[in-house]
Design a protein around this ligand. Structure first.
Ligand code: BDP
Length: 582
């Protein structure tokens, strides 16, 4: 899936504005668009979650209605016009001028509709129904009852009743865009890259729609290199291998990016074009090592969230810049998009700045009660497909994570995760695929995933306050996990809550000192294990979650930065360690 782009052959507008909005607590519903009976429409900012924008809607999860009107820019006649949503959480239904365009399930991933037949030059009315209510057959799940709820001991009874530990923000959370292309257009571009000595190779596959006459032209530009290739069109897809002599590889130290422009040309005229940033790099697991460009790489960084006051999980460009500035300040080289794919812009900047990303689907808190299992399985597959379709061309993305902490003890979870693994590998054989688990040796899926990602809270939830015990248990467990599965291990989560400004000597739980000591001692231990390929602290920043007795102020305080991005004591100590290692 190509992100909308403006150039001589494509044009994009963003419907970012104040839209009309109303809650529909009784699920009155509408027919063919905005319900006339809703008299209490109020302005809402798009994109942003709705929960923190009003005084009466924080815990209301839907359904709700959005409406806006727009005119087209001039010169869009004869064009194919597409309406694209970057992320709507959780269920979206869309009408344009009274016509249903379709629906989408699942937040954090884009979807689009061909609106050509329904859009007018002026006076268009766009209506979106959003339903973020939690349900047992959603992914991620919520409001689970019965036995399955017992699995979620730490979240049980929290309000809202999410089966995951972050606030279930709802709404239109990323940009809504309209874009125009010609009727013959580039549908998709996929690159994968290799190199041998100084010779880089970029394999490009282009999918296009429209008449089969003409050529596809490829320009590669950067670092003194400029080459052009032309391939005659015959099928719906075209492939080419481009050689890059004296290649400048992409890496965290040197995030070199080439410009690849693809043009569709007929009778000498360009009819569509798209430019993609391409980083030439390889990533693979060999033995106990993670190799980037054939060199071992150690991941130090964080699990994170897209989360900020007022906007919730809404797209906030300044926050993206700030978070990368903090990552660079502290010396992080990587993060995981826990527990859902982050914005495309977050990945664009990771490409530019040389940050390594483990890209994770929204499959968090999965449980395996029979009812709804088939639907949840289909959704997990859909998320894997949508995430890879969206993010496959980012050099910064070094790995796919199909799920976080599934409750995968029953036997039928094995085929479930085998299928997800194969889905990811079939779509992209160039990246390792992982699954993040708290089960340890009991996680059968570790047998066939490429890397072991383990979450551990010893000294916190398990053995609170007992750090010596925590460290020796962890050490033994890591060794036996490695012995059992014979794969490299990333400690994908570890940490402790610290209330900013709360101090204790000797350190005790919830103090900045205890968080610091726990993190530093974990890191020191991890560095002694040759098969450990990384440490991701949970979490980079404090973040909002449901209300419950373990979450003071409805915040998870495991950030080494506060929610407003101020360093805690741990941040300074981690910085000393990470700066030394980079
Ligand atoms: C882990 C989850 C993460 C939570 C964390 C915690 O993966 O989402 O926020 O625990 O409890 O199990 O802080």
């Amino acid at each position: 899936m190509l992100y909308p782009q403006s150039n001589l052959y494509r044009q994009t507008i963003e419907l970012a504005d104040f839209w009309d909005f109303c809650f529909d607590p009784n699920d009155v519903g509408i027919q063919n668009g905005w319900q006339k009976g809703f008299t209490d429409a109020r302005p809402i900012a798009v994109p942003a979650s709705w929960n923190d924008q009003f005084e009466d809607g924080r815990d209301f999860l839907g359904p709700a209605w959005y409406q806006t009107s727009f005119d087209l820019p001039w010169s869009w006649d004869e064009k194919r016009i597409v309406l694209r949503f970057g992320s709507v959480n959780y269920l979206a239904e869309v009408w344009l001028n009274g016509q249903s365009l379709g629906s989408h399930e699942g937040g954090h991933l884009p979807f689009e509709f061909d609106a050509t037949s329904w859009v007018k030059q002026s006076g268009n009315l766009l209506v979106v129904r959003v339903d973020g209510r939690l349900a047992f057959d959603h992914v991620p799940p919520g409001n689970v009852t019965g036995d399955a709820a017992d699995f979620f001991a730490s979240h049980a009874g929290n309000f809202p009743q999410a089966q995951f530990d972050f606030f279930p923000y709802c709404g239109i959370q990323r940009p809504v865009m309209l874009y125009a292309t010609s009727q013959n257009y580039l549908r998709d571009i996929a690159v994968d890259t290799q190199f041998q000595d100084l010779l880089g190779k970029i394999h490009v596959r282009v999918e296009r729609v429209g008449e089969a006459s003409g050529i596809a032209r490829f320009h590669l530009l950067g670092y003194g290199h400029h080459s052009t290739r032309e391939i005659p069109l015959s099928n719906e897809s075209v492939e080419v291998d481009i050689d890059v002599p004296s290649v400048m590889l992409w890496s965290p130290k040197n995030p070199n990016l080439y410009d690849l422009s693809v043009e569709l040309v007929r009778n000498g005229n360009v009819i569509d074009a798209y430019t993609l940033k391409v980083g030439v790099r390889t990533i693979e697991i060999v033995g106990d090592q993670l190799l980037l460009n054939d060199e071992p790489i150690y991941l130090n960084g964080f699990g994170r969230h897209e989360d900020f006051p007022v906007v919730g999980r809404g797209y906030l460009p300044a926050l993206i810049v700030k978070d990368y500035a903090l990552m660079q300040w502290i010396g992080a080289n990587s993060f995981r998009t826990s527990h859902y794919p982050y914005s495309e812009q977050m990945l664009d900047l990771a490409d530019q700045l040389g940050i390594l990303v483990i890209d994770e689907t929204p499959a968090v808190g999965l449980y395996f009660r029979e009812d709804g299992l088939e639907k949840r399985g289909a959704l997990c597959q859909q998320y894997v497909r949508e995430m890879i379709a969206r993010d496959k061309n980012h050099p910064s993305v070094i790995m796919w994570s199909v799920a976080n902490e599934p409750h995968s003890t029953p036997p039928h979870t094995r085929p479930f995760f085998e299928e997800l693994y194969h889905e990811a590998k079939t779509l992209d054989s160039t990246r390792p695929v992982t699954l993040v688990s708290f089960l340890g040796a009991g996680e059968e899926a570790f047998a066939f995933y490429d890397l072991i990602c383990l979450n551990r809270y010893l000294g916190w939830y398990v053995g609170p306050g007992k750090l010596d015990e925590a460290l020796s248990t962890l050490s033994v467990e890591l060794d036996s996990l490695h012995e059992k599965f014979n794969k490299p291990i990333l400690l994908a989560e570890f940490g402790a809550d610290a209330i900013p400004g709360h101090h204790a000597q000797p350190p005790e739980m919830f103090s900045e000192e205890y968080q610091t000591e726990l993190i530093v001692r974990y890191i020191e231990l991890l560095r002694q294990k040759s098969y450990v390929v990384g440490e991701h602290i949970w979490n980079m920043c404090d973040f909002k979650t449901s209300q419950g007795v373990t979450r003071a102020g409805a915040l998870n305080y495991k950030g080494v930065f506060t929610r407003d991005r101020r360093p805690k004591l741990a941040a300074h100590r981690v910085r000393e360690l990470w700066q030394k290692n980079t």
